[in-house]
Write a protein that binds this ligand. Structure first.
Ligand SMILES: [Zn+2]
Length: 140
């Protein structure tokens, strides 16, 4: 299988900076901000729902521990995210092996200045039609 994260386990373990029974952590390369980490389940899955409970627990425990380290040692904030976007072609910046991003953040840092400053143009007020549609869908 041509998966960069599975390849790390079989052939690139020097990249692993931390591991547990079900997870490993690497510095993202390429990275968005200094200290950008990826917490990865060792088993190749694409969606959170595919994780066994013990894998899920350990993945989130690791993400939380690392967020606390980031906040303790060098940043005042931390973004955490996970993306499931099967419509994007696998490539250097997109890997379909589930992973959690941890991005150390500062107020108006480089990532904000170049990317997130444009969020204001994308955010819109929630319409009553959308509220109706989604609140019913998610409440079931
Ligand atoms: Zn994989």
């Amino acid at each position: 299988m041509n998966c960069p994260f599975c390849n790390i386990i079989t052939d690139g373990t020097e990249r692993i900076i931390r591991q547990t029974e079900y997870t490993f952590t690497v510095l993202s390369n390429p990275r968005l901000v200094p200290g950008h980490l990826l917490v990865v389940p060792k088993r190749h899955v694409e969606k959170l729902s595919e994780l066994k409970k013990e894998e899920r627990n350990e993945l989130f425990d690791e993400a939380i521990k690392l967020e606390e380290k980031i906040l303790k040692y060098f940043a005042t904030g931390c973004d955490m995210s996970q993306h499931y976007r099967p419509f994007i072609k696998q490539g250097r910046l997109k890997v379909n092996h589930l992973h959690i991003h941890l991005r150390p953040r500062e107020l108006e840092d480089e990532f904000y200045q170049k990317v997130l400053i444009h969020e204001n143009e994308v955010f819109q007020d929630l319409s009553s039609e959308e509220f109706e549609k989604f609140s019913k869908m998610f409440a079931e």
